[in-house]
Design a protein around this ligand. Structure first.
Ligand code: SAM
Length: 280
């Protein structure tokens, strides 16, 4: 495992000044990394994808449970150094992809778990994109900004419920599991962090509807929360064509047209999408 002193030495060797825009706050506490790997239930048979391995703290913790880890790192210096760090710690070679995670469309080995301390500014798109692009991912643990964790795990009717919560719920159940102290990072961030677990709805990895239905459902979610304080018939008027058409679609879906998006769960959004498709 990597400790605080070794992380600083590695960073010095690379002349690395942690980049804020890349969310480079490295975990310097090995116990936190082991806790994340355990929370994800990583076992020898798992194929894990890690996004943003950085200097390798979490990667080494994952490698103590399975040899199958694929790491995707955008920063070239970090991606180039990682294999050597792992070797120094007695680990075998792993697949390292030096690319923006959002640009990765296929992976040689299909992962069944995603475990990552995600770069904060892209945590939601990265998580949603990976759930969409890699149906083989069945579960995982991600560390994100505390408020983002609240939003991703929020249920209808709560203050934090919004676009990320509704979209994540299309693929999986998300739970906020624990907060993480700022002191486990170097440099210490000025935001709080939390650990989220997620689990696909069905063992087969099938989401709750077809890709076509998802696209329509997601457009409805964007429209409903784009005008969060408006009643649904008004919030969806622009997308569906008019307030009258939106009201008819909502009635057909069995949803009160005077309700607001924040009260609907993902299956209700999908019902509106089905009713709208049927009315075209
Ligand atoms: N896993 C390491 C740890 O826990 O110490 C580092 C986590 S740090 C919060 C986020 C990492 O993601 C950094 O190494 C950063 O360079 C990398 N990163 C940032 N944006 C990325 C992107 N779009 N795709 C892949 N990696 C990215």
């Amino acid at each position: 495992m990597l400790g605080a002193a070794e992380i600083r030495t590695l960073a010095q060797g690379l002349e690395l000044r942690p980049s804020k825009s890349l969310g480079q706050n490295f975990v310097v506490d090995a116990n936190t990394c082991l806790k994340i790997a355990r929370m994800a239930g990583v076992e020898a048979s798992d194929r894990v994808v890690e996004i943003g391995p950085g200097l390798g703290s979490l990667t080494l913790a994952l490698l103590s449970f399975t040899k199958n880890v694929t790491a995707i790192e955008l920063d070239k210096r970090l991606a180039s150094k990682l294999q050597e760090t792992l070797r120094t710690h007695g680990s075998e070679e792993i697949e390292i992809i030096n690319q923006d995670a959002l640009e990765v469309r296929s992976l040689e080995k299909q992962p069944n778990k995603l475990v990552a301390n995600l770069p904060y500014n892209v945590s939601v798109p990265v998580l949603l994109t990976f759930l969409e692009r890699f149906p083989s991912i069945q579960s995982g643990v991600v560390m994100v900004q505390y408020e983002v964790a609240e939003r991703l795990a929020a249920k209808p009717g709560s203050k934090s419920y919004g676009v990320p919560s509704a979209k994540a719920a299309w693929w999986c159940d998300v739970q906020l599991r624990d907060s993480v102290s700022r002191t486990v990072f170097w440099p210490i961030p000025n935001i709080d962090s939390a650990l989220l677990t997620f689990q696909r709805h069905k063992p087969s990895g099938e989401p709750i509807g077809s890709e076509e239905l998802r696209t329509v459902t997601f457009a409805l979610i964007d429209a409903a929360f784009g005008k969060r304080r408006k009643m649904l018939r008004a919030a969806l008027a622009g997308l569906i064509g008019s307030s009258a058409k939106a009201e008819a679609v909502l009635a057909k879906a069995g949803i009160d047209p005077t309700a607001r998006g924040e009260s609907l769960d993902i299956t209700q959004f999908a019902e509106i999408a089905k009713a709208w498709q049927a009315s075209k």
